[in-house]
Design a protein around this ligand. Structure first.
Ligand SMILES: Cc1cc2nc3c(=O)[nH]c(=O)nc-3n(C[C@H](O)[C@H](O)[C@H](O)COP(=O)(O)O)c2cc1C
Length: 399
C-alpha cells in the first residue's frame, strides 16, 4: 500500500496468532476506535461466552492415519473457497485503517475466500467491487425504506455482488457502553482526552485526516467526504432503521434478490425453520453480532447444533462469533457449520498491518486448521462431524 504513514510490521515482530494481532491492534489504534472494534453490549457476557463455548469441547485424536495432506476447501453460496473461513461484514472498517473494505476484500480474495461487504462500509459497494475480481458478497440491513433498499440491491447487482446476507439482529442498536464513554460517536467527540488519544497515534491520525474515511459511504450523496459525510450517513442510517421489521420484510428481500440469500443473526431453531421453509432463504448465519446486540443471548456455538439439526439438511448453515483459532473452526464444523466467518480477528490484522495483516490472519487460521486436522488424524474438513468431538465437562473418556 502506498503512503508515508502505513503501519509496517517488521518481519521479526509479526504476530503469530490472532491473539498476537489483537494486542498489536490495541497498540495501533486510539482508545475510542479500539473500543469500537473490541467492544460489545452491556456486560460483555455473550461476547465472552462466544469465545468460551469453544473450550467446552475436546477434539478426538486418532493416530497413524497417514493423512499428510488435508483438504480444506468448501463451497459457500456457489463460490469455491480454499478454506472454510470468510470475512464477516464490519461497518466503518476505514476507521481501523483508511484502506478499509478495499484492503479486506483484496486480502480475502488473495487467500481464496471472500469478504461480506457491510451496508455501512467505508468504501462504496462499487469502489470495493472494483478492487476485486468476481462473485462479491453484500450484507444488507433490512431497512424499512423499500425504495432505498431497492436502490441498494440494484447497485449491488450491477456491481457484481452475487450473494446477499440480510442481518436481522439489529432492530435497534445494542448498548455499547465502551464506545459511548470513549467518544466513539460519528464524527468522534473531540475532548482533550480524545485529541490526546489521537495524537499518540500519529499514523492513524494522519491517514484519517488525509483520506477522511469517516462515513458509511453507501448512504452518502456522491462527492461528500469527511465529517459532513459522516453526519449525513448517521442521519441516513437512523432514518432507515426500523424496530418493527418482521417476517414480511424478510420475504420482501427474498423476492427482490435473484441469487443466494442468507439470513444473518439467528439463534433459534424455530426462526431458522421459518426462514428456510416459509421464506425460502438459502442459508443461515448463526450469529449474535459478536455479542454487540442482545447481551445474555446464547453463544453461537451453543446455538449451532439445534439449528444444524433442524435445517442443516436443506440449507447452508454458517456461524460467526468468537472464532480465534483454527481448532475453533474445526469444532464449529463438527457441530454442523459448513463454514465460519470472522469479524474482529481480521480487523485486528487490518489495524496492525493493513491488507497484509488481514492476509496474515487468514494465513494463520489456515495453518492452524491444517495442523489441527493432521494431529486429529482427519483427512479434511468434509469428513468432520459430531463424532470428532467429546464434551470437556465432565472430563470425557471414550466409554
Ligand atoms: C467493528 C464491528 C462492526 C460490525 N459491523 C457489522 C455490520 O455492519 N453488519 C453486520 O451484519 N455485522 C456487523 N458486525 C458483526 C460481524 O459481522 C460478526 O457478526 C461478528 O463480528 C462476529 O464475531 P467476532 O467478532 O467474535 O468474530 C460488526 C462487528 C464488529 C466487531
Amino acid at each position: 500500500m502506498a503512503g508515508a504513514f502505513q503501519y509496517r510490521l517488521r518481519a521479526d515482530r509479526r504476530p503469530i496468532s490472532v491473539e498476537g494481532y489483537r494486542l498489536a491492534a490495541q497498540r495501533a489504534l486510539p482508545h475510542m476506535i479500539w473500543n469500537y472494534v473490541e467492544g460489545s453490549a452491556d456486560d460483555n457476557v455473550t461476547a465472552g461466552e462466544n469465545t468460551g463455548a469453544f473450550q467446552r469441547w475436546r477434539l478426538r485424536q486418532r493416530v497413524l492415519t497417514g493423512h499428510a495432506r488435508v483438504a480444506l476447501g468448501t463451497t459457500v453460496a456457489g463460490v469455491p473457497l480454499s478454506m472454510p473461513v470468510a470475512l464477516a461484514p464490519t461497518g466503518l472498517s476505514g476507521l481501523t485503517n483508511w484502506r478499509g473494505d478495499v484492503a479486506c476484500l483484496r486480502a480475502a480474495e488473495s487467500q481464496g475466500t471472500r469478504l461480506v461487504l457491510s451496508t455501512a462500509s467505508s468504501y462504496t459497494l462499487e469502489e470495493t467491487a472494483a478492487a476485486g475480481q468476481e462473485h462479491h458478497w453484500f450484507q444488507l440491513y433490512p431497512f424499512g425504506d423499500k425504495p432505498f433498499v431497492s436502490g441498494l440491491l440494484a447497485r449491488a447487482r450491477n456491481a457484481g455482488y452475487t450473494a446477499l446476507f440480510v442481518t436481522v439482529d439489529v432492530p435497534v442498536r445494542g448498548n455499547r457502553e465502551g464506545e459511548r464513554t470513549s467518544g466513539m460517536t460519528v464524527p468522534p467527540t473531540l475532548t482533550p482526552a480524545s485529541v490526546l488519544d489521537a495524537a499518540l497515534h500519529p499514523a492513524w491520525w494522519f491517514n484519517l485526516l488525509r483520506h477522511r474515511r469517516l462515513a458509511a459511504a453507501n448512504y452518502v450523496s456522491s462527492g461528500l467526504r469527511g465529517a459532513g459525510a459522516a453526519v449525513q450517513s448517521v442521519q441516513a442510517q437512523a432514518r432507515f432503521m426500523q424496530a418493527d421489521l418482521n417476517w414480511d420484510d424478510l420475504a420482501w428481500m427474498r423476492e427482490h434478490w435473484q441469487g443466494p440469500i442468507y439470513v444473518k443473526g439467528l439463534l433459534d431453531p424455530d426462526d431458522a425453520e421459518r426462514a428456510i421453509d416459509q421464506v425460502g432463504m438459502d442459508g443461515i448465519v448463526v450469529s449474535n453480532h459478536g455479542g454487540r446486540q442482545l447481551d445474555g443471548a446464547l453463544a453461537t456455538l451453543d446455538a449451532l447444533p439445534a439449528i444444524a439439526e433442524r435445517v442443516g439438511n436443506r440449507c447452508e448453515v454458517l456461524l460467526d462469533g468468537g472464532v480465534r483459532r483454527g481448532s475453533d473452526v474445526v469444532k464449529a464444523l463438527c457441530l454442523g457449520a459448513r463454514g465460519v466467518f470472522i469479524g474482529r480477528p481480521y480487523l485486528y490484522g487490518l489495524a496492525a498491518g493493513g491488507e497484509a495483516g488481514v492476509r496474515e490472519v487468514l494465513g494463520i487460521l489456515r495453518a492452524e486448521i491444517e495442523r489441527t486436522l493432521i494431529l486429529m488424524g482427519c483427512p479434511g474438513v468434509q469428513a468432520l462431524d459430531r463424532g470428532w468431538l467429546l464434551p470437556a465437562h465432565p472430563p470425557s473418556t471414550h466409554g
